[in-house]
Design a protein around this ligand. Structure first.
Ligand code: PMP
Length: 354
C-alpha cells in the first residue's frame, strides 16, 4: 500500500462500542450506552419536523448558509459574518488545522483532552507539545506560556474539557490570549452544560471558539458545528472547507433547534440535575469521581479501567475507557450522563462492583 508513512503509524479515532455489538456479545436484552456523551433526550421535535420537511435531496446544499449563520449569530451575540460552519466541531477542527498547521509547526495541547486534536496534529505534520494540567485539571496559564516557542502555531483549550469535565476561568485564559501572541482554539462543545461560558473571549483577534449541535441540541448524527472567528478569517475558512459541509435538512434542523429554547433548557436542566445526583451517589460509594460542568463524569477507579469497563459491559452498560487518552492513566474512565433510568442502572452496577 502506498499510503503516507505517517498514516501507517497513526492510531485513528476510536468510537465507542455500539449497543448492538454489546447486546450480541454478552447476550443481553437491555444495554445502555453512556460512552459518547450523546444527548439521551434527542433533539427538539421541531428540529425533527424541520429535518423531514426537505425533500429536494438531489440538489446540492448552500455551501455557506446565511440563514443559519444569522440564527447562530443571534444565539451567540455576534454578527453572522463572524460565524463559520463545519461538519461538527470535527469539521471546524479539520479546517483550522489546514489553515494554521504544517510540517514542523508546534501545537500546544494541555492533556488529557479530546483525542482528535492529537490525530489532526500528526496528520498535518505538526509537532504536539503536551502541557500537564493542575490537580483539578484546569489549565495552568504559566505552563502554557512557557511552552510557546518560535514554531508554535496553535494552542488548543477544551472547556468544559473532555474527558475531565472541568471548565476554565476566563481570566486565566485571557493571560494566555494576551501574552501568548499565537492562535488559541477554544473548544466549547459542551458549553451549554457549564456554569461558565467563554464566548466573550471570541472578541480577541487570536481566538477561534467552536461549538456544536451534537450535544445539548441532540443533533450528533447530522454533523453541525460552528465557530466564532475574527471576521477576516472567514474567507480563509471557506477556502479550505469541503465544498458543501452542511446538508440542507441538517441546516433546517439546526435553525429549528435554536428556535426551541424551552426544549434546550429542559435538556440542560435535566442533565445537570442527573449529573449532580450521579456525583452524589458515586461519592457515597467511595468512588473517586471528579466534579463536572458537562454531560459526563470523569472517574479514577480503584481498578484497572479495562476491568471496570468489562464488569459494566457484563451488566449491559457501555462507558468509555480513557486509559488510551494521552495524559490519562490506567484507572481513568468516563461515563456520560444519561436518562434517569440509565443512570440508575449504572449506579446499581457500580454499587455491586465497588
Ligand atoms: N470536541 C469535543 C471536546 C468533543 O468531545 C467532541 C465530540 N465527542 C467534539 C469536539 C466533536 O463534536 P462534533 O460532533 O461537533 O464533531
Amino acid at each position: 500500500m502506498m499510503v503516507r508513512e505517517s498514516i501507517l503509524h497513526l492510531d485513528g479515532y476510536k468510537a465507542g462500542k455500539s449497543i448492538e455489538e454489546v447486546r450480541m456479545k454478552y447476550g443481553l436484552e437491555k444495554v445502555v450506552k453512556l460512552a459518547s456523551n450523546e444527548n439521551p433526550y434527542g433533539p427538539s421535535p421541531k428540529a425533527i419536523e424541520a429535518f423531514k420537511s426537505f425533500d429536494s435531496l438531489h440538489i446540492y446544499p448552500d455551501p455557506d448558509p446565511l440563514d443559519l449563520r444569522e440564527k447562530i449569530g443571534e444565539y451567540a451575540g455576534v454578527e453572522a459574518d463572524r460565524i463559520t460552519l463545519g461538519a461538527g466541531v470535527d469539521g471546524i477542527l479539520e479546517n483550522m488545522f489546514k489553515l494554521f498547521v504544517e510540517g514542523g509547526n508546534e501545537v500546544i495541547i494541555p492533556v488529557p483532552s479530546f483525542p482528535y486534536y492529537h490525530i489532526l496534529t500528526k496528520l498535518s505534520g505538526g509537532v504536539e507539545v503536551r502541557v500537564s494540567r493542575r490537580e483539578d485539571f484546569t489549565v495552568d496559564a504559566t505552563e502554557v506560556l512557557n511552552s510557546i516557542g518560535k514554531n508554535t502555531r496553535l494552542i488548543i483549550i477544551c472547556s468544559p474539557n473532555n474527558p475531565t469535565g472541568n471548565s476554565e476561568n476566563m481570566n486565566e485564559l485571557k493571560d494566555i490570549i494576551e501574552d501568548g501572541g499565537v492562535m488559541i482554539f477554544i473548544d466549547e462543545a459542551y458549553a451549554e452544560f457549564s456554569s461558565k461560558n467563554l464566548l466573550d473571549l471570541a472578541q480577541y483577534s487570536n481566538v477561534i471558539l467552536a461549538r456544536t449541535f451534537s450535544k445539548a441540541f441532540g443533533l450528533a448524527n447530522l454533523r453541525i458545528g460552528y465557530a466564532v472567528i475574527p471576521e477576516e478569517l472567514r474567507k480563509y475558512f471557506l477556502k479550505v472547507s469541503t465544498p458543501f459541509p452542511l446538508s440542507t435538512p441538517a441546516k433546517q434542523a439546526a435553525i429549528a433547534a435554536l428556535d426551541d429554547r424551552e426544549y434546550l433548557k429542559m435538556v440542560v436542566d435535566r442533565t445537570v440535575a442527573e449529573r449532580e445526583t450521579m456525583l452524589r451517589e458515586l461519592k457515597k460509594m467511595g468512588v473517586r469521581a471528579f466534579p463536572s460542568e458537562s454531560n459526563f463524569i470523569f472517574i479514577e477507579t480503584e481498578f484497572d479501567s479495562a476491568y471496570m469497563v468489562e464488569e459494566l459491559l457484563k451488566r449491559g452498560i457501555i462507558i468509555r475507557d480513557c486509559s488510551g487518552f494521552t495524559g490519562c492513566n490506567s484507572n481513568h474512565v468516563r461515563v456520560s450522563v444519561g436518562k434517569k433510568e440509565e443512570n440508575d442502572m449504572f449506579l446499581e452496577a457500580m454499587g455491586e462492583i465497588y
